[in-house]
Design a protein around this ligand. Structure first.
Ligand code: NAP
Length: 367
């Protein structure tokens, strides 16, 4: 078997960083060789820093315990010399994240990012492998701008959109025109557990900063076209969103009403969802769900407790499709926000980038 690609995690101590570590522990293509965080964590072992801060309900993998954390800003060159590429999930002001990600790309390190800072940079692809793999072709234009041969940035979209955008994508031939969506978002989406956010127990908070704009606009960028070295976003469907924080640990639910230009039958919609397949399935990428979407016939599904881990948290669960009094149809979607919506989605992008030859092993690291 070919040697694994060597990978670094920027923001390894955060909630998404922790997910990356668990997903990469036994990954068939990637091996974690560098962990990086802020200067507060740098120089200490991961085990020391994470003591009392591990946020997942599965244990910390032992292989990271004695790894010494790098300062992602001042030790960039050390990290760059050890890795084939990095995942990035840091909590910093957007302008600082943009500078950081570009610095790594210019040091010839491909960056696969969870952050929102570069989601609207003209020549940076924002990808869900099953929806818009063709946007990767913009990477060549980005490399020309950056003056790099192997360094570039590729990002994934916001976690909230994963519960409804795949469902609408599978119905594109019927031309969805108008979409009203309400999201019910888990607290891990804010990087928190109930211990760290006790006010959320038994509570609902009707505000998540910046989330409604992302939920309305990011799907349009996914459905956009590559032209003249840019991604030109689609203009339809028009989406209006309300995003609410609910007392759930993992799993964003969305309730959706939709109008189509060509109204399909209920049977057609369910058949499109159940049979949908994207490039991740066709290439059989290691983290790809065998079936991207499941439709559940029971009236009380999808439920977070029963369905959030569908396909190891990489699939989307749909249900309650019915005719609406105002719109053509309404339905409910559910996706895991830190797996499909964050670290898992980014790992799947990296797998696609490797499969398509955008991330290759550096000869000096692989003898
Ligand atoms: P988090 O738990 O707050 O983790 C933040 C990470 O960033 C930590 O490793 C932290 O290192 C590092 N960091 C913070 N300030 C820094 C600085 N000034 N310099 C360098 N490193 C710094 O955040 P998270 O929930 O994992 O989210 C990380 C990113 O992913 C965010 O941009 C978030 O919007 C995005 N995201 C999150 C989700 C989700 O479901 N949680 C979904 C999609 C996208 P120290 O430990 O050393 O401070």
């Amino acid at each position: 078997m070919a040697e694994k690609l060597k990978v670094g995690i920027l923001g390894a101590t955060g909630m998404v960083g922790q997910r990356f570590i668990t997903l990469l522990e036994e990954h068939p293509w990637f091996e974690v060789v560098a962990l990086a965080a802020s200067k507060n964590s740098a120089g200490k072992t991961y085990g020391e820093v994470i003591d009392g801060r591990w946020k997942l309900d599965i244990p910390m993998p032992e292989f990271v315990r004695d790894m010494v954390i790098y300062d992602m800003e001042t030790q960039m060159e050390d990290i760059a010399s050890k890795v084939d590429f990095v995942f990035c999930a840091v909590n910093m002001p957007k302008d600082e994240i943009k500078i950081l990600e570009e610095k790594y790309a210019k040091a010839e390190v491909p960056v696969v990012s969870n952050n929102s800072a570069n989601r609207w940079t003209d020549d940076i692809p924002m990808v869900v492998p099953e929806i818009n793999p063709e946007h990767l072709e913009i990477i060549e234009a980005q490399k020309r701008r950056l003056g790099t041969t192997r360094g570039f940035i590729c990002v994934k979209p916001n976690c909230s959109i994963q519960a409804y955008t795949p469902a609408l994508h599978a119905l594109k031939e019927f031309s969805p025109k108008l979409v009203v969506v309400s999201t019910y978002q888990a607290i891990s989406g804010a990087g928190k557990t109930f211990d760290q956010w006790p006010e959320m127990v038994g509570n609902v908070i009707p505000f998540i900063s910046g989330e409604e704009e992302k939920s309305e606009k990011e799907p349009l960028r996914l459905w956009g076209k590559v032209a003249q070295g840019k991604i030109i976003p689609a203009t339809e469907p028009v989406i209006t969103a309300q995003c609410v924080r609910v007392p759930v640990l993992n799993g964003h639910t969305a309730t959706v009403s939709v109008n189509f230009e060509k109204k399909p039958t209920k049977e057609q919609i369910i058949e499109k969802w159940r049979s949908f397949e994207g490039i991740a399935q066709q290439l059989n990428l290691p983290s790809a769900p065998a079936k991207f979407m499941q439709y559940l016939d029971e009236d009380d599904r999808p439920q977070v407790k029963l369905d959030v881990d569908y396909e190891n948290g990489m699939g989307v669960s749909l249900g309650r499709l019915r005719e609406d009094t105002v719109f053509d149809y309404k339905f409910v979607g559910l996706a895991h926000n830190t797996l499909r919506g964050a670290a898992g989605g980014a790992v799947l992008i990296a797998e696609l980038l490797k499969a398509k030859g955008y991330i290759e092993p550096k000869p000096e690291l692989h003898g």
